[in-house]
Design a protein around this ligand. Sequence first.
Ligand code: PLP
Length: 801
Amino acid sequence: MTLENLTKEQFIRDFKDTLHEEQLIKVPAATPAELFTTLAKVIRKYYTDSWLERNRKLSEEQQKIAYYFSIEFLPGRMLETNLLNLGILDLVKAGFADLDVDFEAVKNAEHDMALGNGGLGRLAAAFMDSLATTGYPGFGNGLRYKYGLFKQRIVDGYQVELPDSWFGSIGNVWEVRKDHDVVDIKLFGDVYLAIDENGKFSPVYKDAQVLRAVPYDVPQIGFENGNINNLRLWDVEIPEEYELNYPTLADRRAVQDITAILYPDDSNYEGKQLRLVQEYFMTSAGLQTIIKSYLKQGLPLENIHEKVSVHINDTHPAVAPAEFMRLLVDEYGLEWDAAWSTTVQTMSYTNHTILSEALEKWDAGLFKKVLPRVYQIILEIDNRFVAGLAQEGRDADLIERTRIVKNGQIHMANLAIIGGHSVNGVAKLHTELLKEDTLHDFYVLYPEKFNNKTNGIVQRRWTQIAAPELSAAIDETIGKEWRKDIHQLKKLEAFADDDAVLANFYQVKQEAKARLAKYILETTGVEVSTDAIFDVQVKRLHAYKRQLLNVLHIIKLYWDLKDNPDKDMVPRVFIFGAKAAPGYHFAKSVIKLINELANLINNDASLQSKLKVVFLENYNVSLAELIVPAANVSEQISTASKEASGTSNMKFMMTGAITLATLDGANIEIKDECGDDNIVIFGLTKDEVYDHYAKHDYYSRGVYENNPVLKRVVDTFINGTIPNSQSEGSEIYDALITQNDEYFLLADFDAYVSAQERIDSLYRDQRTWSRMSLMNIATSGKFTSDDTITEYAEEIWNLKK
Ligand SMILES: *Cc1c(COP(=O)(O)O)cnc(C)c1O
């Protein structure tokens, strides 16, 4: 079935037939979930031939394939993306209108696929879409968690976590189980070396646990090009022949635990055994099938890097070089040197953060217990690395700092760097920091391995899907070409002084705000006016992201209004969305405090609705699609140097919000694109932050005591003004004052307040604001993940379309 010939009438017939056959029900009686499942089945039929054809072609043409290993993928809902990319979104919507079916309700019946925490997982999902869209052969490799990122509820202002049983009653309608690609995974036990029949040393496994890895492939459909790639997610099962080893239900559950849950930590890691098992499980399973499918081509294993790239997304799959060596040397009999040479040329690694608490280090004892043979191989890699550097006459301290195993810990980033040919950061500033600071020693050793790949976003999801009114306005202004080529947005610049166009875009933003206002009213009971500035900070809750700085400013406005109810200000609605890692006490206290502050402010009639605060629960991709197009202000206020890139900053820019930002991560590149006049920048620079570190001259209590406005704001946390938040308030006060304000909130307070005053004055002039907004949209094309992935494909993986 070629989709170019699909008519609305044919679609309606296909839909009805499928519904009748599969659900034994007629359209008017069907629930949204039944309609959704049916629609998914119909479109699966439409794309199955292309999917088969793509897989056949790739193996026939012996093209080089990149495999993107990531412990997280955060696609959100897939229905609209799949329809849009197949080119039948409008047709299906029209068909549903004829059938009198509410498309929105059907769309909402799909559960978010939330197998990721935040930016890192969302990036991995964006890359899947962009690989298919650009046409490069690239597959994802991850885990099929039964429970995704927890569902967040707010009860009495506190975050409560509930399991995200995303399979629900529908299951994952897109996936296909691939039984012919199952592989076995060995864990635990003892390993010793014995001489085999060929006179070679080979490992003998004693008492190892053997598990089966079963792949489920999720199609990744390219935008209007018929390309379909695979996102392969692994699940665990007990092999039939080992069933006797698991006599009790508890034994079986312990195995199922391996793919039961996604660890809910963002920019942090827990050194838990189960997490190590997860990491190894998906890495080994992926590498085993990659080698098998490569060997089917009849090519020599020592050249596998010519046909295969393995990308290590953050350190979670960083065991890959060692596991690849194990497979090549132990299982396939390659000599060490040949195996090492092809391993290094196959592997590449992305670093996502400079926060030390996020750099994985495994306890060597634990690692040895779980992966005894891989542990031996890591020791061998490390010994050869150290000996090689010593032979070159390198400094002994440098060798000690860069080696993989030291002080009883295995440093996974070191393994990924030593075992691969490429290391990239995710924004210009971040890559510079890696080179000059975090990974400086490795930069001295291997300058040629380092490169930058600034993150990107799937523009189609954030414009065509999330912002249909905006997309229509762009069509009216510059035609529809931009839908295929996002760089065409530049043409909007020519309309920056066109009053009619500016008014149209203003109107579009008002419509998106009205939709969000309705949702806010329905979910929180808070009434907000679309005449107010919608000031948005949505992202994981983390001290370095400084939601608390936003709070300090809100409290300042609160006191301003209490002192002077007639204060001349544009009304503001501050909108938050954020999940805190369940074990992150401080982050949860900030959530509680925001909610109590919201209660105080939203119920104070004396403020005359000039100030509103809203915390929207369960921030996820679908909620982002509602919030992002409705924002006037995009809060990107991390301590300079701490946010590697950020990607929500790009989503907001592309949909016409003005960025209020520190010079951190990709904010710097956003400023370079949109120009100084179309962004509001404030605060310490990375050099100033590093200067404070070097001189140890930051003293937050001094700042607090010398600034009466700030002092009054900070004292608000502990003087009973904000009800029901005594312990949270004093925890926050302590962090800011007693513990010397690790993230420089007080240092940036005055600059932030001034920047906010600038926002207020800019917004008063609708024309000026609309012009800035349009210029942001016009210059946002640089941040398409289609271009980011093209750079990975050409500069790191060496792929052909
Ligand atoms: C884009 C996105 C993120 C990343 O946000 P940052 O502000 O860049 O940290 C996190 N979560 C969701 C659901 C997103 O869509």
